[in-house]
Design a protein around this ligand. Structure first.
Ligand SMILES: CC(C)(COP(=O)(O)OP(=O)(O)OC[C@H]1O[C@@H](n2cnc3c(N)ncnc32)[C@H](O)[C@@H]1OP(=O)(O)O)[C@@H](O)C(=O)NCCC(=O)NCCS
Length: 208
């Protein structure tokens, strides 16, 4: 395999393994893996480092391979390595007029349409669709198979659950959770949990 970039990965769980596949097909090679959980000892054939080491491969860029939005933000604020360009699976379709921020991940068979803007550390998971002119702030996670129609905006740290659909032009606040399979047809405030068809707020989250 021709390798064009060596990269560091924070996280050695299931999500990180999907990220690793994306990196592999971009001909980027993982040279060190960190995970805070001492029980996770191996990542494929590699040993896992349990203490983040700022001096290890100090010049290399890092990706935070963690699906949980709050944990990803926490880790991103802790690391000293520069953030890597987005990991993109070769089966993902990304418009040349879309922008994808550093540290983000665009998984297998997802689509990012023209004019879409994705901040940093955003996840567009397997088979999700982010249609034209959507704006996703940092640390958003669009779950597998979710659909954001055109002109949707999603605030920082919000989770769009698997298979959820968000109607055109809807604005969703920050650090909210949209339940799996919900259909969101109205704007959603910050820090709430939404479920159902049509999507309704079922509770507020304690910490924003
Ligand atoms: C909506 C969600 C965030 C709620 O999680 P939670 O706050 O822990 O809520 P609970 O599991 O305690 O459920 C609260 C109630 O909502 C219901 N509920 C939970 N998720 C639901 C969903 N997606 N659709 C409809 N109802 C749902 C539960 O059955 C429960 O109902 P009850 O009070 O009548 O028993 C979560 O269930 C969910 O859908 N997360 C999305 C996960 C996902 O897709 N991640 C993608 C990344 S891989």
């Amino acid at each position: 395999m021709k390798v064009t970039e060596e990269i560091l990965l924070y996280g050695a769980g299931g999500h990180a393994r999907v990220v690793a596949e994306c990196l592999h097909c971009q001909e980027r090679r993982i040279v060190a893996v960190f995970d805070d959980n001492p029980e996770v000892k191996r990542f494929g054939k590699m040993d896992v480092h349990h203490q983040y080491q700022r001096d290890l491969f100090a010049e290399h860029a890092i990706l935070i391979g963690v699906g949980d939005n709050r944990l990803r933000r926490q880790l991103a604020s802790r690391v000293y390595h520069p953030f890597a360009d987005a990991a993109r699976h070769r089966s993902a379709v990304i418009s040349c007029r879309a922008e994808v921020g550093k540290g983000s991940m665009v998984m297998h068979q997802s689509t990012i349409q023209t004019g879409a803007f994705l901040g940093q550390h955003v996840i567009v998971n397997t088979g999700a669709i982010v249609d034209h002119d959507c704006e996703l702030e940092d640390f958003v996670h669009v779950g597998p198979g979710a659909v954001l129609c055109g002109n949707v905006s999603v605030g920082e740290g919000t989770l769009i659950g698997a298979g959820a659909t968000v109607a055109p032009g809807v604005r969703i606040g920050f650090w909210a959770k949209i339940g799996a399979g919900a259909v969101v047809v109205r704007d959603i405030p910050d820090g709430v949990v939404v479920t159902g068809v049509p999507g309704r707020v079922i509770r507020k989250l304690e910490t924003l």
